[in-house]
Ligand binder design. Sequence first.
Ligand code: AMP
Ligand code: ZN
Length: 112
Amino acid sequence: MPECLFCAIVAGRLPATIVYQDEAVTAFQDINPVAPTHILVVPNRHIATLNDLDDAELAGRLLMTCQRVAREAGIVDAGYRVVNNVGSQGGQHVYHIHLHVLGGRRLAWPPG
Ligand code: AMP
Ligand code: ZN
């Protein structure tokens, strides 16, 4: 089985522009940004989807890291969006849970 893309980024085996990393989470630039700021926040350990997340402390750390990287990107006052796509109808393509931090432009609602 091929290695999970985001496990490879966390481990440094696949290049990415990492903007924050600690012992639990990693944040890096999305390779195909859909907004001026588009950062992905992932747990360092492999968890496929939100349906598999059973660690409330880790969930909090993921969310707090979104706040951190948004602040460092300078978008907290203007506003931004945190998105987690779950499963096929939710639009998930990489099955290692990730929160999208999107900002730097006015975002439409509802999503398509
Ligand atoms: P999703 O569709 O919610 O699963 O989001 C997957 C995201 O991963 C997309 O926004 C992709 O652009 C992004 N992505 C895929 N491969 C890479 C990579 N090697 N480095 C950074 N981002 C990636
Ligand atoms: Zn993984």
